[in-house]
Design a protein around this ligand. Structure first.
Ligand code: CP
Ligand code: NVA
Length: 312
């Protein structure tokens, strides 16, 4: 399986098949079990990751950077001011130059076309560390977290409450691919893009999953094994924050909503959280909350992915 991922990009969740996702998650579990073994094996020894950031980050930067250190390699942080993507230099030239030095490129960008452009011109694997359209590395960590708690993915149901954003879209694709039902509750006008929903439903038809878009959070969480939420205004949408606070009123994950899910349903949030908006503090500190495992798993899931994409 490692050889099937070698040299590939990871831009969209759908870049990985169900078997490839399983292989990454299995490897991530193994790497999580024994950090010293990862340190000794040093699968990225002598290798460098170039990390391009157009947007802020805590988890993405730190998980990739510590992950590269643990695996015996090195990561270089390139801030928005360092390279001014597309302003100081073209995406094409940046990709060509970086791939002369680095063994893998990770990019957090606004337009999805930017990370696609980097992939087009890079000779080394390009990983999407969040774009306006998708956040697939987050979802690998989420799947690892759900599997840790529920010991499977197929046949489960994840409810996503809130904005049909990048995280929601990647979760819909992942659910469709692995056979996990996804129910999204969002206000009118904040649905995930229709082409993504249509494509996910077409994939889901083959794996037996259902992809539902509903209006009521209570409807989405019925029989849910995991209840997921994310901020109402994503990075780049700051000017819409007030309008969105109105539109998303009632779309909060709190203990009252969790009582309508399965009693063992876990709480997920990619973080950062806006407490009192999309999630209530109590829900994040309840015994069923997995949000900090989810954050930690960013590193393990990505380590597995990076080691497999960069295998010799
Ligand atoms: N979840 C996540 O991607 O966090 P950061 O924005 O802090 O990287
Ligand atoms: N949807 C959020 C996720 C942050 C990790 C954003 O894009 O800002």
């Amino acid at each position: 399986m490692a050889s099937s991922l070698r040299g590939r990009h990871f831009i969209d969740m759908k870049n990985l098949s169900r078997d490839e996702i399983t292989a990454v998650l299995d490897h991530a579990d193994e790497m999580k079990r024994d950090r010293n073994a990862v340190r000794k094996a040093a699968p990225m020894f002598g290798k460098t990751m170039a990390m391009i950031f157009q947007k802020p980050s805590l988890r993405t930067r730190v998980s990739f950077e510590t992950g590269m250190t643990l695996m015996g390699g090195h990561a270089i942080y390139l801030s928005p001011n360092d390279i001014s993507l597309g302003i100081r230099e073209t995406i094409e030239d940046i990709a060509i130059v970086l791939s002369r030095f680095a063994d893998v490129i990770m990019a957090r960008v606004f337009g999805h076309d930017i990370v696609e452009g980097l992939a087009k011109y890079s000779r080394v694997p390009v990983i999407n560390g969040l774009s306006d359209a998708e956040h697939p590395c987050q979802i690998l960590a989420d799947l690892q977290t759900i599997r840790e708690r529920k010991h499977r993915l197929e046949g489960l149901t994840t409810a996503f409450i809130g904005d049909g954003n990048n995280v929601c879209v990647s979760m819909m694709y992942a659910g469709a691919i692995v056979g996990m039902n996804v129910a999204v509750a969002c206000p009118a006008g904040y649905e995930p893009p229709q082409p993504a929903t249509d494509e996910c439903r077409a994939i889901a038809a083959k794996t037996g999953a259902t992809i539902r878009i509903v209006r009521e959070p209570a409807d989405a969480v019925q029989n849910a094994d995991a209840v997921y939420t994310d901020v109402w205004a994503s990075m780049g949408q700051e000017s819409e924050a007030a309008k969105r606070r109105e539109a998303f009123r009632g779309f909060q994950v709190n203990m009252a909503l969790m009582r309508q899910a399965r009693p063992d349903a876990i709480v997920l949030h990619c973080l950062p959280a806006h407490y009192g908006e999309e999630i209530d503090y109590a829900a994040t500190r309840s015994p069923n909350s997995a949000i900090f495992d989810e954050a930690e798993n960013r590193m393990h899931a990505q380590n597995a992915l990076v080691a497999m994409l960069c295998a010799d």
